[in-house]
Design a protein around this ligand. Sequence first.
Ligand code: ARG
Length: 636
Amino acid sequence: MTARGGESARDAGMTAADGAGFRGALRHMFRVALERLAADGVVPIAAEELPSLVEQVRETADPKFGDYSGTMAMALAKRAGLKPRDMAAEIIRRLDVGDAFEPPTEPVGPGFINLRVRQDALERAVAAAVRDPRMGVAPVADPDTIVIDFGGPNVAKPMHVGHIRSTVIGDALARILRFRGHHTITDDHLGDWGTQFGMILWGWKHCRDDARFAADPTGELGRLYRLVRKVADAAPEELARDPQAAELAARHPQAGREVLAETAKLHEGDPENRSLWERFMPLCLAEIDRLFARLQVSFDHALGESFYQPMLAGVVAELMADPAVPARESRGAIGVFLGGDDAPPFLIRKADGAFLYATTDLATLQWRMEHWQPDRILYVVDSRQGPHFEQLFATARLWGCGDRRRIADVELVHVAFGTVLGEDGKPFKTRAGDTVGLESLLDEGVERAARIQHAGDPDPAAGAEVRAGLDAAEQRRVAEIVGIGAIKYADLCQNRTTDYVFSFDKMLQLTGNTAAYMQYAVARVEGIFSRAGIDREALRRSAGSVSLATPQERALGLELVRFGEALEDVETDYRPNVLTAWLYDLAGRYSTFYDALPVLKAEGEVRASRLALCDLTGRVLRQGLELLGIGTVDKM
Ligand code: ARG
């Protein structure tokens, strides 16, 4: 939320009720107070500092300290040579909290400024969220055009567990940013032109199995890829475990070089390799589409590496001709020498004339700038590619990608993620040492989810009610949603930059921060309404007011109107785990509320108000999971 100067705090208070969120409104009020503080000469504050200072207004962990707390007095006190409490008092004196908050009390501890939302304002905001199809989340005032580059599997290489991270994180970010009102463009930067094709071409020519290809084309291409990869560059120990590969390697000692030559021939337009590529591509793409469909992930565009091939020579020529870009030849190759002569250059053409991943990424950036005019481009890619993206962004800024002035304002972000580990703490592999195929992983997740459904659940009483009446086909559908949801959620709830251990046992637990627990929470809320035969639409329409008289109701209501804040915080650092953590918290507050207070057995307005809280909780949980790309079920 961008605050405009000069607006009165009263306007901002109204904004809170209108759905901009209490925190957004409060940050705006603090901004006004800090501007006054600087104007009064208490402490110098530069305009650029204001956003990071007002971001120090955050929700408190403990209601004892109010609902929100501002901590900027500490840093400012130091600068002004005041005691933190005195600085906090100076801020409080200038803080006009309108009618959405209780007047601030004395600063607490070393200068915390604690604020509590007024009960009537909170009740109004919750009621407004109940009536609102967007559940009280206002779209951003100033939407950006955001390109999200994710997925990007290498065609013809079987997809494996590693691809899940880019796909799942990228898809969740796209959904969240879109829901926030940004103009999002998703693009699957397929690796459809690289050395893996050389492997398949070589394999096709030396060891294909026509019968297998006829029966299962992509299965056969996958087999060729795995086999040739070993023949061309496996370590001797790995070769020793695969007699067929070892035998081929003995017969073709130059296989590695020949594979590269096949790739080079494809790139040079060799008719045979080109026509094989054209024959394999649709098969590989259909396979990838099928997997993405199963993951419920779709893209606006899938402009793979091959799409940019005609542009690469031009890109290299432009870079060479541009005096602002330190591109030059070195031993036959061409590189951009960003760090002077000693640092490794960003290689854009090899000595044999081949272009690289880097060249394609530069062409891609130029094409996106020209056709989409983005404000931001997010690359959701393994953190091991960090150096590549640093060099890519630095080169792009020097070169301009067709518009040097505009690229300065484009935010280029490598949304990096860590590795998926096996339970032994090493990168996740099968027992034979191969990477785990994505397809078999999804199958196993679904199969285990089906077994759990049969085995019962932790709350038999509630379980009977949510599971009643599922026939076999519905059970399979539920298992698919629960199994795949578990795999996605387990990935999304991690801090994306750290490695995580893949464990079916943990991710399918029905308690704790798992998809199944969250899906179960949704099913329980649904159960209340279906059991009592309540018309939820009518309930929403008549939600003129909501009462938050007990601490449990207040805690739940306050959390519910923070949905937009959680989504805003995801965007700040592109971390979907902020949303999973928040949803888990919300589910906890709901349990506390539901266990402590009668809902269906309550009467009159209290019953209606509590049902409205249940309804909103169910919708927010469902919407939250949907924004993570995770399905929900009415019964499980
Ligand atoms: N195909 C690449 C890989 O598997 C990922 C592509 C990421 N996007 C990009 N613009 N470089 O490593």
